[in-house]
Design a protein around this ligand. Sequence first.
Ligand code: PLP
Length: 384
Amino acid sequence: MNKQIIPFNKPYVVGKELFYIAQAVMNGGIAGDGQFTRLCQEWLEVNLGCPRALLTHSCTAALEMAAILADIGPGDEVIMPSFTFVSTANAFVLRGAVPVFVDVREDTLNLDERLIEAAITEKTKAIVAVHYAGQPCDMAALLHLCDKHGLILIEDAAQAILAREKDRALGTFGHLGCLSFHETKNVISGEGGALLINDPKLIERAEIIWQKGTNRKAFSRGEVSKYTWVDVGSSFLPSELTAAFLYAQLEQGESINIHRRALYESYYRQLKPLEADGCLTLPCAPGGKPANAHIFYVLMRSNEARGELIAFLRERGIHAVFHYVPLHDSPAGLRYARSVGQLPVTQEVSASLLRLPLYSDMTIEQVTEVCEAIFQFFAGTQKA
Ligand SMILES: Cc1ncc(COP(=O)(O)O)c(C=O)c1O
């Protein structure tokens, strides 16, 4: 019998998605801002604790909305990590701003708050906190810095659905928070995202930007007699089909994360002896307990060892991948952004980080299979 492949990621269907999509179709209108969009938004507002959530068609779109709402313009500087996905930077470059890359911490791989003050100039307008792997940035320190320097705090919480720091959901600390429901995330809708508007002063304008720069939302509430073009904006809202799929997933969000945490904790426990032997470094989640278990990674001792382990696992039908190619020395990063210092942690981590398979219906037996293969790899390299 052929051995089953263990993919890196597999989109997970909870069960009610098609039922809700059928309901959306029967509702008679499948454009955006219908019943399921409202249900999802209310779910996010209640369960994450924010005054207003707007669904978007991706986290990229939510970041673009955040850049408009933060009034980012040509020449403004926005502090962010280089160790992130391109959308974190692109959203601000689209408004003519300059991303300013600061190095990440060695433990969480999140923005190193101790380096930020040196990066602030009179052009600095905002800080983007990326919660890598769903693990929290030091939000107390970032809030303090933003307060002190009058900066806007935007959370790129693409990977952080239902992750909490001291009982407060990630994405709800900053003025604005951006979530992703891309099929690689914990809660999915194919493509999808949401903007969390935590500063009530920004809500009215957010609704206008979301609806192509019109006051259509006020019109649908009966507050104006006709709707018209009032501001810049774009088509940021997803269709009801996407929202219906997403609502089924949100309802199961907590149980998805409970299972993912069990998988993560199993990886952590099983691989601990390899860390003790100095073969690799495990991710930093206090006590091996992750916030939402979005990613399980290991840090290898070298780029070469990472390549060898990827090939070794692939021969055994196990798909492991690496990321990020850092933004600061990418072609667009060199053209549009600047860095503060050499970013040594970013350089080292991007050369050595390896993501292991982790998906919502993976089994503990599959985690054990991956761990056993990793042990075999190290047994082989130590003999050699
Ligand atoms: C940190 C980060 N920001 C933004 C995004 C973009 O998300 P989306 O694919 O929903 O646009 C991603 C996607 O992986 C991400 O990891």
